[in-house]
Design a protein around this ligand. Sequence first.
Ligand SMILES: Nc1ncnc2c1ncn2[C@@H]1O[C@H](COP(=O)(O)OP(=O)(O)OP(=O)(O)O)[C@@H](O)[C@H]1O
Length: 260
Amino acid sequence: MGFIDITLIDIIDILVVALIMFQIYRLTRGTNALRIVVGILIVYLLWIVVRVLKMELLSMILGQIIGVGVIALIVVFQQEIRRFLLLLGTQYSHRKNTLFGRWFKSRQSIDRALEWIDPIVNACADMAASKTGALIVIGRSISLDPLIERGEPIDARVSSALIKTIFFKNSPLHDGAIVIANGRIAAARCVLPSTEREVVPSEFGMRHRAALGASEVTDALVIAVSEERGTISVARKGHIRQNLTPIQLHAHLSKVLSLS
Ligand SMILES: Nc1ncnc2c1ncn2[C@@H]1O[C@H](COP(=O)(O)OP(=O)(O)OP(=O)(O)O)[C@@H](O)[C@H]1O
């Protein structure tokens, strides 16, 4: 074109910026952080306009604000930056799984993963029927050590009876979540990070917010059994599927965990 020269590098540049903006939107959607991002964009656009109009004083002030703002941003967005890096890691490892991992993954390890789905589903079905609240985190590729370390170590084979015993109302371990890692119940009484989203279904209390939160910062599957409603929900990648029947829960776990 005559006065605008667009090279391949420009197109890649625009696509990368669009991708970064989209990821920032995904991570901040529904939280206060989205408003902060919009505020920053407005200040930045204003700065560009002011510079084009050669308004020196205002341009200098806005320039200073943006300069200091970078440090303020790192402090304000600690959580989101962490999530962004985790998301990148997750996507990379997921891609590795799809391209090469599945080639080398033995049928044996998939069968092993499926072995402990039955006890989990049976326990959830029974706990839902008896309206026993529960929170179960099933780890995949991202390490859950930071959650496990804050809980009560268990290191036991996954069994339906053990899960129900842990969440039995009078059990000293029933509060918090259990974490299943490498096919073993690693710990109980684990405290999960709560979602910071403002918009969640009105019936969600702390248990379901914690399920969503843990699924936002890790690639784990998080099952919540509601004490109030006797329903089963599963959170994954920041999305939650509610009111699952035991059969639907089984199908969902089998599908997701076979791909781990
Ligand atoms: N951050 C957290 N990490 C782990 N467990 C949590 C967390 N927050 C709450 N819980 C668990 O959830 C229980 C309280 O759930 P609450 O009633 O507030 O949630 P809810 O989503 O309404 O669930 P329910 O439908 O079962 O009542 C706590 O007793 C605790 O066991």
